[in-house]
Design a protein around this ligand. Structure first.
Ligand SMILES: C[S@@+](CC[C@H](N)C(=O)[O-])C[C@H]1O[C@@H](n2cnc3c(N)ncnc32)[C@H](O)[C@@H]1O
Length: 252
């Protein structure tokens, strides 16, 4: 996993607040019943397993990161929630084990997103729902009146932020050829004018470090970039956006 891929529970909980509406839409798309068996793949600190527990019979949260699973357990998992450490590419479940499977912002980090989607489709029963959310880091835009510097910093971020910074916009391609009926693919922009939030969510420290390392920006240009960000934030004109992509499908 990349440096930015190794984020902690605090980052993910902060991001969850920003993505609350999209998360709610993804829960609805799962079409759960009180008996439903649902898998949240790459569950992180368990924000979603907690939310899904009230409307499903059994919720299984799987993640590769033991610390994040511990954070999920500490947050107090409901009685119908099971948390499990496993690799999304090789799930320890029989084929057709789940009525619904969701995975949010995980595919960007795995070596082979198409293989992982094939694996999560395998464990979904015929007619079951598959709901995927991923980030399109290529859409990151930080409007602060310094377009040239912004593009350089973002280009360097793409080299560090995830194995597949384009995972969101490539969801359809990654899912091609699988037994899936695609219901919809929709774009969900997140926007912020809060400099602290933008720096955190967009991993700007990392991006800037990489940009200097790449010699994409000089130290003087970095100072100008910081000044542009600060001025925009102070004048209330900072406007940052990034797209998340939601794919909703049914297992054939
Ligand atoms: C950006 S976080 C998203 C967490 C959670 N879905 C959310 O929305 O808060 C990506 C998660 O995918 C997990 N992950 C990455 N590669 C994985 C793999 N091969 N198998 C299982 N989980 C993985 C990470 O440990 C992390 O918890």
């Amino acid at each position: 996993m990349t440096d930015a891929g190794r984020v902690g529970a605090d980052y993910l909980r902060r991001a969850a607040v920003e993505a609350a509406d999209l998360k709610a839409a993804s829960y609805t798309a799962l079409g759960l019943s009180p008996q439903a068996r649902v898998l949240d793949l790459g569950c992180g600190p368990g924000v979603d397993v907690g939310a899904l527990a009230a409307s499903a019979g059994r919720v299984v949260g799987v993640d590769l990161d033991a610390d994040l699973l511990a954070a999920a357990a500490q947050a107090g998992a409901a009685g119908n929630v099971v948390l499990l450490r496993a690799d999304a590419a090789a799930l320890p479940f029989a084929s057709g084990s789940f009525d619904a499977v969701r995975s949010e912002r995980m595919l960007q980090h795995v070596p082979d997103p198409a293989a992982v989607i094939a694996e999560l489709v395998r464990v979904t029963r015929t007619g079951g729902r598959v709901v995927l959310i991923d980030t399109d880091w290529t859409s990151l835009s930080i409007g602060c009146g310094a377009l040239d510097l912004e593009r350089r910093v973002v280009a360097s971020l793409l080299r560090r932020v995830a194995r597949h910074p384009d995972a969101g916009r490539e969801l359809l391609r990654s899912a091609a050829g699988l037994p899936l009926e695609i219901d919809s693919v929709t774009v969900h922009p997140m926007t912020s004018g809060d400099l602290g939030m933008v720096r955190g969510i967009a991993h700007l420290d990392l991006a800037e470090q990489q940009a200097v390392e790449d010699r994409a920006v000089s130290p003087e240009q970095l100072d100008r970039w910081h000044a542009a960000l600060l001025t925009a934030a102070e004048h209330g004109t900072l406007f940052a956006t990034i797209n998340l992509v939601l794919l909703v499908a049914r297992r054939r």
